[in-house]
Design a protein around this ligand. Structure first.
Ligand SMILES: N[C@@H](CCC(=O)N[C@@H](CS)C(=O)NCC(=O)O)C(=O)O
Length: 406
């Protein structure tokens, strides 16, 4: 969801704000200096002492500016160098999430217990209830019938993930082999869980190693991290009987489309106007049980500050992702594109008679806006309703649990 961008913008803004404050300080030194010169030169009793004081003020002023310029240039050089050299650092190569020896402290908000779960994985999902990436992971967990605990994270203060270096949600923590395996990024989490279900002998921790994260600098020299193989399932040479190479490719292509296209039309639609943004945040509060988990001031802070911030950010995202002037049209277009492909296939789901991971991903991210007026408009203006209802039904009934126990 759009909140990712908040973090990025924020970091950039802060850097800009810092250099701005710094420049203001420089200006202040200059003004003070000028002001003193004016005052001194206008004074009739200009003495040697005041002359030398004036020149020493000037000297300190100049020294201050030069020191400032030096520190500023040094800092800029350090930043640039760090960013450029980061492409070869790759400190995190080999793992996507650290393995923790002890459990971080957190308060469980909700427990999902599925008696047929035979994996023995003790999963904890750190989430914002209505974050599309989190909804996507929950759709997969529920469809396959995993038991898991949920920790609701405060989206503004984020105290619940203080223990993690990775600062986004979802984060999935699995208590396996006496340690806690952390998994970051929704698509990686889904690929790892699905690969594990395909062949449990390989063990979850071994599967996670197939998704290393890499650091690199992009064309603008900005530090970026990416997770390798994020959309790949580790079949170890044995594609399941009900799949073909084509269906595997198609599933991967649509999962990527969900992250690259579908997700980006949501925020500008949900936060289209200030009223819609507040309404959306009130719904988030209801679904996330914020009244129960957060204090009143925290809740109001998130609802009103969050709604206002997202309304502003929604406009930027509209531009960034080249959405239509009427953002609803972009939402309808994306969903119609998805439905057209299923209709051309002549099947109930993209995966055929049963959903595949791309159905779960699409359903998951759309379920994140179910309580918003954008979703009601979507149902009225496209033919996605029946597919969405079938998905909701099969996910809630743990329709894929035979895969876990088969
Ligand atoms: N690629 C990540 C994106 C996750 C993401 O951007 N999550 C947002 C919430 S929707 C987030 O945590 N942003 C940081 C923040 O809230 O500060 C994934 O698929 O899990």
């Amino acid at each position: 969801m759009a909140v990712v961008e908040v973090g990025k913008y924020c970091a950039r803004r802060c850097r800009k704000a810092c250099s701005f404050v710094y420049r203001v300080r420089e200006t202040y030194v200059l003004h003070r200096n000028d002001f003193m010169s004016v005052r001194l030169s206008s004074s009739r009793s200009l003495t040697n002492t005041s002359n030398s004081r004036r020149s020493s003020v000037r000297m300190y002023g100049l020294l201050g500016i030069s020191m400032g310029a030096l520190v500023g240039a040094g800092y800029a050089y350090y930043e640039k160098r760090y960013e450029q050299s980061s492409s070869v650092l790759n400190e995190n190569m080999g793992t996507t999430g650290p393995v923790l020896e002890t459990a971080p402290s957190f308060k469980i908000s909700r427990e999902v217990v599925v008696p047929t779960d035979s994996t023995g994985l003790k999963l904890t999902l750190f989430q914002y209830a209505t974050c599309p990436f989190c909804c996507k992971v929950r759709a997969v967990l529920d469809y396959y019938g995993f038991s898991y605990n949920i920790v609701e994270v405060n989206p503004v203060l984020r105290q619940q993930i203080k223990w993690s270096e990775y600062k986004k949600v979802p984060i999935l923590l699995a208590h396996v082999e006496g340690v806690y395996q952390q998994m970051n990024d929704s698509s990686m989490i889904i690929s790892a869980l699905a690969s594990y279900l395909h062949d449990r002998d390989q063990g979850l921790m071994e599967v996670v190693k197939c998704y290393p994260s890499i650091s690199f600098s992009d064309d603008d020299g900005k530090l970026k991290t990416d997770i390798l193989n994020r959309y790949f399932l580790m079949y170890r040479g044995n594609i399941p009987q009900d799949k073909t190479n084509e269906s595997v490719l198609k599933e991967r292509k649509w999962r990527k489309w969900v992250d690259d296209v579908l997700v980006h039309v949501l925020s500008p639609n949900v936060y289209r106007t200030r009223e819609e943004a507040v309404q959306a945040f009130n719904w988030f509060s209801q679904v996330g049980g914020w009244e129960k988990h957060f204090s009143a001031w925290e809740r109001y802070l998130v609802i009103y500050v969050g709604a206002y911030a997202m309304w502003i950010i929604g406009k930027r995202l509209k531009k960034k992702h080249n959405l239509k002037d009427n953002v609803r049209v972009s939402l309808y277009d994306a969903c119609s594109h998805w439905m057209k492909s299923i209709k051309t296939q002549g099947t109930k789901f993209m995966g055929g008679d049963t959903p595949d991971l791309s159905d779960l991903a699409t359903y998951g991210v759309l379920s994140s806006i179910e309580g918003c007026s954008a979703f009601q408009d979507l149902l009225q203006h496209t033919s996605i309703g029946p597919w969405y209802d079938s998905m909701k039904d099969t996910v809630q009934r743990h329709g894929g649990r035979s895969v876990m126990n088969g």
